[in-house]
Design a protein around this ligand. Structure first.
Ligand code: T1G
Length: 693
């Protein structure tokens, strides 16, 4: 958690050491500054090298410290950088692997920078809703030039060190040993004076105002609800229009503004939420995982094909099994077509396409899949069909194979009970389209073995998915919550709103798609089938019949060219339909409801708080391990707006007492029995705590 100090001949080496990526927390900054002062006090030392231990030079400021007193406590990052820049002996940054954010800003304050090829260089602060707040917006343009620096800062994307020769005084050979090379470099320049300082350089860009105006317009157009990208442009502009110290003051002021914004807090919440989701309290991080060198997929339909593509993309061979040759042929043709579409968009090479298709084989016989390390079943969503498949898998799969079900609504424990190896059964709930959506709900059965769970989590990373662990319940995390959201959407129709108003209010809040356009996309018949089951299994749960009436009109959605809305071939736009709206109005009359004008605020509160309340129940039942997991499900699987951080984070920003007050208000309205406040929500609201504390 600090920095080490060693002297090699006449060169002092300070090694940042704060695993995992040398985030520059207070302890590290303090030790490093002490190191520089120690080197300055030692006459035998002629030069100083700063480098990083382990797998990074530095991943930047320690994000974990943000919005805590440590973040700005002295020696601050600014003080650390000023100490290096103000040193009377040359300071050399020896960079490798990862040099990002404050780490790159530190190196820009050093007199020299040397590196290995292949290091990831970035100022990614914009991705956290921030801007480089330790001089990056003023120093990088002075080294790279205005345009390349602006591109790096507004995009936040990494660039390989060998692509940035202007940034480095030496790029050593790939087989060189960084530290000795850096020490030798330091000895070579030890007596060179004056010491080169980036702050003394000038940014030279003729007609910079036109370029900056163009940049402002472009960035404003693409940054949506996020304030940081435009702030990046304005602070980089200061590197040309202001003196260095004034530019630094301006950068500081804008940084301190951004770090308090909800958007930045939401992005930082999502950054950590994605990483903590793969941690399971009772499964040690070093749990050995089972090797997954091959996969079998049962079912070559939309889901099976999409799931197969995930494995092929990760270089894992797939054997696709169907019961009929034409289904197999159709499934393989669809996979090829998807890849060819990606090729046409220039996002895939022919060589990669051929390589992936080369990993795909198919069969009609269960006897040919027994050696696969994992089998994922994606057959028809009916328990009898699942039973037949899992009994067969139990017969043919080698011992130790993982038996995964892609079910989205059925009981994973029941499915496991169809086998003699329930410990090897797990739910891997992919979201359609499976080769696109990042979310993967990993459903842990009561008998699922810990190493099977650990393997599924490691596999989700390999498949580039966001794996979130769920317990077994109806709808797991995502669908169980979206059902309450859909219920409220239906009730709002009965009370006076129409699909277009509700969708527009939800999309204005930031949802990628409102509930009715989403139903038309997913297929209204899917919800219809679930409600029919509910009417029998759980008659006490009420639903608006409007969605059933819509299906009885044969309006299943885009797949039938008409649902809540009308659709035209080749046109994604949803056109309101008078017949549907008349059906809704008539239904209110049939229910004896006098329709009323409903505000967008009420629509959004009822949709979002329905998610929050169900999420609180899921949390207290232990179905989800933590509130941020629920946020990850909604950010990666349901189009919840990233700048609001997910339903539970959003509720925290609204304030749980306010959420509870709204729920208690709606509990007195139409279908108010749907609003039973979750005990956890009541408890947190009463004690001034929040979900993500
Ligand atoms: N601070 C604290 N922890 C960090 C961190 C950071 N900067 N970066 C990563 N981690 C943790 C992460 O939470 C995870 O923890 C572990 O390291 C491995 O991360 C003033 C204000 C560096 C490319 O935005 O892009 O400097 O889960 O799984 O895939 O201008 O992490 O193991 O407990 O991502 O090898 C700017 C963000 C900060 C870089 C490594 N820097 N990090 O990727 O591992 S703001 C960033 C990354 C700043 C100044 C401003 C990546 C990585 P755990 P990982 P990885």
């Amino acid at each position: 958690m600090t920095a080490e100090y060693q002297v090699h001949g006449a060169v002092a080496v300070i090694t940042l050491n704060n695993p995992p990526v040398n985030g520059m927390g207070l302890a590290t900054r303090t030790a490093a500054v002490n190191g520089i002062q120690r080197a300055l006090a030692d006459d035998a030392v002629k030069a100083i090298v700063i480098t990083g231990a382990g797998k990074a030079f530095s991943g930047g400021a320690d994000i974990k410290e943000f919005n805590t007193p440590q973040a700005l406590a002295e020696p601050s990052l600014h003080t650390f950088i000023a100490t290096a820049e103000g040193s009377t002996k040359p300071v050399v940054a020896a960079i490798h692997t990862v040099c990002m954010g404050g780490g790159l800003e530190l190196s820009l304050g050093c007199h020299y920078r040397v590196t290995m090829p292949g290091a990831q260089i970035a100022l990614p602060e914009v991705k956290l809703g921030l801007l480089p707040g330790a001089g990056g917006t003023q120093r990088l343009p002075r080294v790279l030039g205005l345009e390349p620096a602006l591109n790096m800062i507004v995009s936040g994307n990494p660039v390989l060190s060998e692509k940035l020769p202007a940034l480095f005084d030496e790029i050593f050979a790939a087989d060189a040993d960084l530290l000795p090379s850096a020490v030798a470099f330091a000895e070579k320049i030890a007596d060179v004076r004056p010491l080169p300082k980036v702050r003394d350089r000038k940014v030279d860009y003729p007609n910079h105002e036109a370029f900056l105006q163009f940049s402002r317009n472009t960035v404003k157009a693409m940054s949506g609800p996020f304030p940081a990208p435009l702030e990046c442009v304005e602070t980089v502009a200061a590197s040309v229009t202001m003196k260095f110290d004034d530019g630094m003051k301006f950068e500081r002021e804008r940084f301190l503004h951004l770090i308090q914004t909800t958007e930045s807090k939401a992005l930082r919440h999502a950054f950590f939420a994605e990483r903590i989701a793969s941690k399971v309290p009772d499964v040690p991080a070093d749990t050995p995982v089972r090797p997954i060198k091959s996969a079998a997929i049962i079912g070559a339909g939309t889901m099976g094909g999409g799931i197969a593509m995930n494995f092929l993309n990760a270089g894992i061979p797939v054997k696709l099994l169907e019961t009929r040759q034409e289904a197999l042929d159709k499934g393989i043709a669809t996979i090829r077509k998807n890849y060819e579409n990606t090729l046409k968009k220039g996002k895939l090479t022919q060589e990669k396409l051929d390589q992936r298709m080369g990993l795909l084989s198919s069969t009609l016989s269960y006897d040919e899949i027994g050696q696969a390390d994992i089998v994922v079943e994606a057959v028809f969503e009916e328990i009898g069909v699942k039973e037949a498949v899992f009994r067969k898998l139990d017969e043919v799969m080698k011992p130790g194979a993982i038996l995964a079900t892609n079910t989205s609504t059925l009981d994973v424990d029941k499915i496991a009970s169809f086998t003699r190896r329930p410990q090897d059964v797990i739910g891997t709930h992919f979201f359609s389209p499976a080769n696109v959506m990042k979310l993967l709900e990993i459903v842990r059965g009561k008998e699922t073995a810990k190493d099977v769970l650990a393997t599924a989590l490691a596999l989700s990373k390999k498949l580039k998915k966001t794996g979130v662990v769920s317990g077994v319940c109806d709808g797991f995390i995502g669908n169980r919550m979206i059902e309450q959201y859909s219920r409220q959407a239906g009730f709002l129709l009965e009370e006076g709103a129409l699909p277009e108003q509700i969708d527009k209010a939800a999309e204005k809040f930031g949802f990628a798609m409102g509930p009715f356009r989403m139903g038309d996309l997913a297929g209204n018949d899917i919800g219809w089938a679930i409600r029919k089951r509910r009417y029998v299994e759980k008659p006490e749960i009420s639903y608006s019949r409007t969605a059933d009436l819509l299906c009885e009109m044969g309006r299943y959605g885009q797949k039938t060219g008409a649902g809540w809305y009308d659709y035209k071939a080749g046109d994604r736009k949803a056109y309101p339909n008078d017949e549907v709206n008349a059906m809704i109005v008539k239904h209110s009359a049939d229910l004896g409801i006098t329709r009323r004008k409903i505000s967008d605020q009420e629509i959004v509160e009822r949709l979002v708080y329905a998610l929050v309340n169900e999420g609180a129940l899921i949390l207290e039942e232990g179905i989800a391990l933590r509130a941020s997991d629920i946020d990850m499900v909604y950010l990666t699987g349901y189009g919840f707006p990233l700048y609001r951080g997910g339903p539970m984070f959003y509720a925290d920003t609204v304030g749980l007492p306010n959420v509870l007050a709204a729920i208690n208000k709606y509990a007195k309205g139409h279908e108010g029995k749907a609003w039973q406040p979750a005990p956890l929500l009541q408890k947190l609201a009463a004690t001034g705590k929040n979900f993500n504390s």
